[in-house]
Design a protein around this ligand. Structure first.
Ligand SMILES: [Zn+2]
Length: 289
């Protein structure tokens, strides 16, 4: 995922982009011992842990280790020192010195305070976007996958099978209606950007929840309309939406079923419309809420 870059102040720009150096003993984290994580100021990637920090008395925050793969090294333009940069966004951090024997690791990342943002472990975890999964069966998974993928907050959609008897079914088995599986999409979404309810509404609006023998021209059990719910909250949400639709005279046949094993479908079913460049024949959006 591409990281968003923060807009920098003039002072930050001078160090982070123009490779400047802040005055010694002036930075926010020079004399600073709180427990937590030091992030890149520009892209928020974690760079150092407070466990890596030690007092070198040099006037800049010093670390004798780094978070794996977070730091990039390159020869400094002065021809002598080794510059360190954020490995994700190339923000200038400072320099690394080896062999000074200040700590047992024998290494000192000498970093400008202004290139970093400190956060406590707790704040860091609370601000991480939590990813949840939702499972919908709305007819041919090609179309449901295609339309769900366009939603903001949806990270990934996988076409697959759920609700049947046999392990790892093949498409042919699902089509023959002998396996009992439905065509299902697995949606990974960021809860802070889109809710389960918003996804469920969209699900009802991109397929016909009143058709019982299939979906559009696709007839057969595998195209049954269903939501596979993982908890009581999701169940309640679907019941509520069905009630709203019922009031609006939709005779909804969508099943509410408990979550079961999801089997990813064959590769040629994934991203079908994107790969083929066609438009979905089976699904389109129709406002219902
Ligand atoms: Zn960065």
């Amino acid at each position: 995922m591409k990281k968003e870059l923060k807009t920098l102040t003039k002072e930050e720009h001078k160090v982070i982009r123009e490779k400047g150096t802040e005055q010694p003993f002036s930075g926010e984290y020079d004399n600073f011992t709180k427990a937590g994580i030091y992030l890149c100021k520009q892209c928020s990637t974690p760079l150092f842990l407070s466990e890596h920090k030690f007092n070198s008395h040099c006037g800049w925050p010093s670390f004798d280790d780094e978070i794996e793969s977070a730091i990039k090294r390159q020869p400094d333009i002065d021809g002598k020192r080794v510059e360190i940069l954020c490995n994700s966004c190339d923000a200038h951090l400072g320099h690394v010195f080896i062999g000074e024997e200040m700590t047992t690791k024998n290494l000192r990342h000498c970093v400008n305070s202004i290139s970093m943002q400190f956060v406590s472990q707790k704040d860091y975890q609370e601000n991480q976007p939590t990813v949840d999964k939702a499972y919908f069966a709305g007819g041919c998974f090609w179309g449901v996958e295609y339309l769900m993928k366009q939603q903001n907050g949806v990270i990934n959609v996988v076409s697959g099978y759920m609700g049947g008897e046999i392990e790892n079914p093949a498409y042919e088995q699902v089509c023959s209606s002998t396996s009992g599986h439905l065509e299902v999409v697995e949606i990974s979404y960021q809860k802070n950007k889109i809710s389960f309810e918003a996804l469920a509404k969209l699900f009802f609006e991109i397929h016909d929840p009143t058709q019982s023998n299939g979906q559009g021209p696709d007839l057969g059990e595998q195209y049954t309309s269903a939501v596979f719910t993982s908890d009581a909250d999701e169940q309640q949400t679907i019941k509520k939406l069905i009630q709203i639709l019922t009031v609006k005279k939709y005779d909804v046949v969508t099943q509410i079923r408990p979550l079961s094993q999801f089997w990813k479908a064959e590769d040629y079913h994934q991203d079908y419309y994107t790969k083929s460049g066609k438009q979905p024949y089976c699904h389109s959006y129709q406002k219902k809420f």
